[in-house]
Design a protein. Structure first.
Length: 199
């Protein structure tokens, strides 16, 4: 069993089950590969760039629809911060500036870190291939978006003619209900062209 001590003055949280998950993620150091691999050119005043990425991640787990909700979902909940191993939370505008400082290189580093995390913690990666085949489900989903979004092009989007967007390619390990890989493609990309890069 994992022991977690939270200071008495901040032991209440509306997200108790999420706090339990936070203790487990901290124990397993799931975010470690991101901390070690992803480099963002930004000076550290109070919080390192990787800490700000972690704050964004925790906020999404807490149900935030966007970074603007960090202040009232995570900053206002010290017990939740503590459960995830954070002593404080960065302000939402500071987290946004960190994401704005990311480049194509940062995205590649994040993909590498996610691959390491998948290998370390997934059941699909440890599948017993000699005893049975691993079934992978590959799918493309259309994501309508604005003209300025990355990979935005006119393409096929169900019941939306002349719409711009991009395609999300996803590979699932069906037996384990795990996402193996997610990749964005332009709006015209079809599964026949995306299959090889995804695999």
């Amino acid at each position: 069993m994992i022991e977690c001590s939270i200071p008495m003055e901040r032991h209440f949280t509306a997200c108790a089950s999420l706090a339990a998950l936070g203790v487990q993620l901290k124990y397993l150091d799931v975010f470690g590969p991101i901390r070690e691999t992803v480099s963002i050119s930004q000076k550290t005043v109070k919080h390192a760039p990787s800490d700000k990425l972690y704050d964004a991640f925790i906020s999404l787990l807490a149900g935030a629809g966007g970074l603007v909700e960090i202040n009232h979902r995570l900053r206002a909940d010290p017990a939740l911060q503590t459960a995830f191993g954070r002593e404080a939370c960065a302000e939402q505008s500071v987290v946004q500036r960190t994401l704005d400082a990311c480049s194509a290189t940062t995205v590649k580093q994040m993909e590498q870190a996610m691959d390491v995390m998948y290998r370390q913690h997934s059941q699909g990666y440890r599948h017993d291939y000699p005893s049975s085949l691993l079934v992978l489900d590959v799918d493309m989903s259309g994501l309508p978006c604005g003209k300025k979004a990355a990979f935005a092009t006119k393409g096929y989007f169900a019941k939306q003619r002349n719409r711009r967007g991009r395609q999300l390619g996803r590979v699932l390990a069906s037996s384990y209900a795990e996402i193996v890989v997610d990749r964005l493609f332009n709006g015209k990309t079809q599964l026949t062209r995306a299959l090889q890069p995804l695999m």
